[in-house]
Design a protein around this ligand. Structure first.
Ligand SMILES: *Cc1c(COP(=O)(O)O)cnc(C)c1O
Length: 834
């Protein structure tokens, strides 16, 4: 299918200023960082609440883009040679274009929605059917208001089936998604509490989600997980124009497929059921409840599409886990390894390269890539595309593995100077030959992206490159952090700047990885507690301005050398820094003034402010970059009156300073709690900390996602008789015969000793297992009596999405900040991007 900019202007009914109406458009772009094909891309300047898309136009023009959809009224005279389409609502234009594109195809389309399991079901349906049909689907979980149009845009005449998931967070969104996806077959996973979404209750959510099936002719759903009062079969009443055939499954009688029993053996589950009066059965290589449910839903879809039971059971036996996450881990010789085991296609390659670029700021980067299977593009042309993308991502070294790439190893692009000299390519026929011929010393201080189709078994390369690991890990979900950042930005004024607090290793979550992410997301400022933390960030190439809250005199040298900006909070530090600048002959150095308005920690007293202003008025050594203060209780209504008083004292201090020194500076007061509760106190900038991690005080209605989880594993499980005791000092006296699991985390890791003797617990196979006895230095014992199937090496959640860190804090009688920052450095940090 081909479009010109002229066609698209007509489709979206925009006004135009076209210099070349015949310009061909092949790619839609909404994020300037994801640009690969300049000439044939159309950029939609979406109204983010900040960083307006239009802000990027100059940059994109320099990079070869000349087609833009922009808001009506945007001044474009500066860009003489580009094509512009003007619309009132850029996002709707993108969606309308997707709708028109969708209508060109009439192959079946499966639309999936529900609270959980959408992506897994989509990927599994793909796994079980891709051998028979050419399938188009959303990359990863591109299921939002902008992800769906980009997914739909991939539809092409070669495809025979579409599988698209739809995710919503607010009422009114599904209608738009339905218009783009227009599913002929609907799949409803379940309606649960997955995210705090913007709905009144589950029933409203269920009705909203079911809008996806407004035009579907077939609908698959599970009867057992429906919200009370919600019955999909009642939709038939509204669908006057068509007969909907429903296909339900249940563990109780009365569904199309009734699951009679499931037998779990080592690593496998046999699921027996009755369909159309006959016994049917599948076996899947998973044993957890969620996977079993997802597999049954896929089973129903296959039956509905006419697959035979033989073929279904054959395909089900080979389901493989879907790991959507890109993992970032420490690797040998100071390297960082990004492991992306999601299927290897061009789109997901682009996403992985984007992540590589984000994480390799200031470092060398290497890509290890397998053949890209089933792209439908001739190999030589495919290689060209790969090289183009890799080149655009600024990669230093490319290692290609697989027979297809190997057959092209003599291509000029791989050996000659078409690409810059700093860029090297190596080609190997197989993973085994790569492993044999390469020594690990080849890799040093670089970021390595490992991206291979499953059959290439790149996990073998992963094992070679990964640093040795303690099995207790703190997982940080970078997507969730970005999401949380955007949730908070969404309630701020578009012009309010954001300072991200990355002190104390970003609240224990690691520092440079988070800082890089935030830099990439274009926050305005970072803040750390001590100079050393800032220096570490600079050494890793972080270039955002950084405020140091507790600058000590001995660090002034380093501060100025690394361009770190001190917080000045007393006359003694003000004078000392001034003298230092004087001696060093430095001028115009940015500083931040802290005013004490009630916290009584650091800061100038309000009555000292006039004197401070006097010192600064004729001072050329220092430039006041910002003035700020800190609220003592922004997250609770108890302190609202005090907060307002602090704010007014702060405002007075700022006015006084500004009047006296005669130039403007950034004013900031709010931390996370205040961003939500005191929107009128945002001044010019806010300082966000804990909110980035999805941890909020009671009453916060933003749809935050937990970003950190602490996990460990079981070292041993044993039966212990009643009357025996567990652990030191015989504290864990057993009153019944018990099953005790020893896990690999103790107080030295940050699991407080206060959690011992039943005070705290961890999640084992989804159930809360209380701590039995005292917590040891490196280990803790859990009572897992009655929890089925507990085995050695099982993963155990200490806190995370299912056991909130706030709960752990409550058990310990502390706050989540202390728990998070108390996780010791021996616990490995692993970063995920979905
Ligand atoms: C830590 C800190 C913040 C961030 O607080 P959160 O409650 O985590 O948002 C803001 N300002 C100052 C001065 C801080 O020390």
């Amino acid at each position: 299918m081909s479009y010109t900019i002229g066609h698209i202007a007509a489709i979206v009914q925009g006004k135009t200023r076209l210099t070349d109406p015949g310009a061909k458009i092949e790619h839609l772009l909404i994020d300037s960082r994801r640009l690969v094909f300049g000439a044939t891309s159309l950029f939609f300047a979406l109204p983010g609440s900040r960083n307006e898309g239009s802000y990027y136009i100059s940059e994109l023009i320099l990079r070869g883009v000349s087609n833009f959809v922009v808001p009506t009224g945007l001044e474009v005279d500066a860009w003489q040679f580009a094509n512009f389409i003007f619309v009132d609502d850029v996002r709707s234009a993108l969606q309308n274009l997707a709708c028109v594109h969708r209508q060109k195809y009439n192959f079946p389309v499966i639309g999936i929605t529900g609270s959980n399991g959408k992506t897994i079901i989509k990927e599994w349906l793909y796994q079980v059917m891709h051998r028979d049909l050419n399938i188009v689907r959303n990359p990863r979980s591109y299921n939002s208001q902008t992800g769906v149009p980009l997914s739909i845009w991939q539809m092409d005449h070669g495809h025979q089936l579409g599988i698209f998931e739809a995710g919503i967070s607010r009422p009114g969104e599904m209608v738009r998604l339905e218009k783009m996806i227009m599913p002929t077959i609907g799949v409803l996973t379940n309606i649960g509490e997955a995210h705090k979404e913007g709905f009144i209750d589950n029933l409203q959510k269920a009705h909203e989600k079911s809008q996806l099936f407004a035009n579907a002719k077939q609908v698959v759903y599970c009867k057992d997980v429906l919200t009370p009062g919600f019955n999909p079969e009642s939709w038939q009443a509204n669908a006057v124009d068509r007969e909907i055939s429903f296909f339900s499954w249940s563990r109780r009688p009365g569904a199309s497929l009734v699951v009679v029993d499931q037998i779990i053996t080592t690593g496998l589950t046999i699921i027996n059921g009755v369909y159309a009066g006959s016994p049917v059965s599948i076996t899947i290589p998973f044993t957890d409840r969620i996977s079993i449910d997802n597999a049954i839903t896929c089973w129903c879809v296959m039956i509905m599409l006419g697959y035979t039971q033989e073929l279904i059971s054959e395909r089900m036996r080979h389901l493989v886990a879907v790991d959507m996450r890109m993992q970032l881990k420490a690797a040998i010789h100071g390297c960082v390894l990004i492991n992306d085991s999601y299927s290897n296609d061009l789109l997901s390659l682009a996403l992985a390269l984007d992540y590589l670029q984000q994480q390799s700021i200031g470092k060398k980067s290497t890509v290890i890539l397998s053949d890209i299977l089933q792209s439908g593009i001739p190999p030589a042309q495919l290689l060209e595309l790969v090289l183009e993308k890799v080149e655009a991502a600024g990669v230093d070294r490319l290692i290609l593995i697989g027979p297809e790439f190997y057959s092209l190893r003599a291509m000029p692009a791989l050996i000659e100077g078409k690409y810059p000299a700093r860029w090297q390519a190596h080609v190997y026929e197989s993973t085994a030959s790569f492993i044999q011929s390469v020594h690990s010393s080849l890799f040093k201080d670089e970021v390595i992206l490992l991206k291979g189709a499953r059959i290439f078994e790149f996990e073998r390369i992963g094992h070679l490159l990964e640093a040795q690991t303690h099995q207790t890990v703190l997982e940080v979900n970078l997507n969730a952090m970005v999401h949380n950042l955007k949730e908070y930005q969404g309630i701020l004024d578009p012009n309010t700047k954001v300072m991200a607090m990355v002190k104390a290793f970003s609240y224990g979550s690691g520092s440079v990885e988070i800082a890089r992410l935030l830099q990439y997301q274009k926050v305005d400022y970072l803040a750390v507690a001590y100079a050393d933390e800032g220096i570490a960030l600079r050494k890793e190439g972080v270039s955002l301005p950084i405020m140091v809250m507790n600058p000590e005199e001995v660090t002034f040298d380093a501060l100025t050398e690394y361009n770190l900006e001190p917080e000045l909070y007393s006359f003694s530090i003000l004078r000392a820094f001034n003298q230092f600048l004087d001696r060093a002959g430095l001028g115009g150095f940015p500083v931040h003034l802290k005013i004490d308005t009630g916290m009584h920690r650091l800061g100038f007293e309000t009555d000292e402010v006039p004197a401070v202003a006097e010192v600064l008025v004729s001072n050329h050594r220092m430039v006041v970059r910002s003035v700020f203060s800190h609220l003592v209780g922004s997250d609770s209504p108890l302190y609202d009156e005090f907060s307002l008083r602090q704010a007014s004292d702060f405002q007075n201090a700022c006015t006084l300073i500004e009047n006296r020194i005669g130039y403007p500076f950034i004013k900031h007061l709010s931390n996370t709690g205040a961003i939500f509760r005191h929107s009128q106190l945002q001044f010019d900038m806010v300082r966000i900390g804990i909110g980035l991690y999805g941890i909020a005080a009671a009453g916060v209605t933003l749809a935050l996602q937990p970003a950190v989880s602490l996990k460990t594993t079981i070292a041993q499980v044993r039966a212990v008789r009643a009357g025996e005791s567990v652990g030191y000092s015989r504290a864990g006296l057993l009153t019944r015969d018990s099953s005790i699991a020893t896990v690999r985390i103790g107080y030295a890791d940050g699991f407080s000793r206060k959690l011992g003797n039943g005070v705290g617990g961890m999640l084992v196979r989804g159930s809360l297992a209380p701590v039995v006895g005292n917590v040891c230095m490196d280990m803790t014992m859990l009572d897992v009596t009655g929890i089925k199937g507990v085995r050695e090496d099982d993963t155990v959640e200490v806190f995370g999405s299912n056991l909130p860190v706030t709960q752990l804090a409550e058990w310990c009688g502390t706050i989540p900040y202390e728990i998070m920052t108390g996780i010791s450095q021996r616990v490995k940090r692993v970063y995920f991007e979905e």
